[in-house]
Design a protein around this ligand. Structure first.
Ligand code: CIR
Length: 276
């Protein structure tokens, strides 16, 4: 397993495992998604369209080479299609997280059985801190976690403790004020390159990375995902997708208008991983 010595401690390097995956888990959007949490009113998502967008998303994951498990809809949890917030999946271990939104807390337990069938090691965080997957960016060398209204320092500390036996470096950073999740404003493009909004790039969080900035006015494009040989980007942000293509990445654009109404981006809709 690749590792490096940092401050006398062996740190596990994630390298390409940060964007090369064999498996994904998604969950069918519930009809109750019309009541999904949102920071601004852009109208309710239209369920038939949301469902079709979700189908295209799952197909794109399969086209990228992943084996996709699609879980049944959970009507009692309007935001349950955003499975990313329920768990962190690394090669050796899956960690069941603790969503900070009270209406979402029960989603984590609902994810546990699917992960238990794919992983030898499943660790469940017990709190009292909270932490959502949307705040976690796994890069080639570290697990970055943005503190936010959903993710507390106690949640980050509990995650760091859970990952310590596996050698992972957990780094706490700030999520900009008023931004839902750290990854609302950034994504990993390869082990050392991120796509980020100008605001997040200016925060200094990515001093050790190559940064491609989303074009001003196209900030929502920063929530993209690298999946094997392609980068999934939301449709409608042509200047930013042109930048990513110009940097040498193959881009697949996917519609995301309905999820966007309830603050969901492309990363939120799946857990992506390669269990070892
Ligand atoms: C929420 O507010 O929790 C959902 N409406 C959106 C969650 C988006 N998830 C993510 O960015 N990982």
């Amino acid at each position: 397993m690749a590792s490096q010595e940092t401050h006398g401690r062996k740190v596990r390097l994630i390298t390409d495992a940060s964007f090369r995956f064999t498996h994904a888990i998604t969950r069918i959007p519930p009809r109750s998604a019309v009541a999904g949490l949102r920071s601004q009113d852009h109208g309710d998502p239209e369920i038939a369209t949301l469902t079709e967008h979700h189908r295209l998303y799952v197909q794109a994951l399969r086209d990228a080479g992943l084996e996709v498990t699609t879980l049944e809809a959970l009507e009692e949890f309007p935001d349950s299609l955003f499975v990313e917030d329920t768990a962190l999946c690394l090669p050796e271990v899956a960690v069941i997280l603790r969503p900070g939104a009270p209406t979402r807390a029960g989603e984590a337990a609902a994810m546990a059985p699917a992960l238990a069938s794919l992983y030898r090691n499943v660790v469940e965080l017990v709190g009292p801190g909270t932490i959502e997957g949307g705040d976690i960016l796994t890069t080639g060398s570290e697990v970055m976690v943005g503190l936010s209204e959903r993710t507390t320092s106690a949640g980050v500390a509990e995650l760091a403790e859970a990952l310590a036996p596996f050698g992972y470096q957990v780094t706490a950073v700030e999520t900009p004020e008023g931004v839902l999740h750290f990854k609302t404003e950034c994504s990993l493009l390869d082990a050392t390159t991120v796509l980020a909004t100008r605001q997040l790039a200016a925060s200094g969080a990515f001093a050790n990375y190559t940064v491609i900035e989303a074009e001003p006015g196209e900030e929502a494009a920063a929530n993209s995902i690298r999946v094997n040989d392609v980068v999934f980007m939301p449709q409608g942000y042509p200047r930013t997708s042109a930048r990513v293509r110009a940097a040498g990445f193959d881009v697949v654009e996917l519609p995301n208008s309905e999820c966007h109404k309830i603050d969901g981006g492309l990363s939120c809709l799946s857990l992506r991983f390669s269990p070892s």
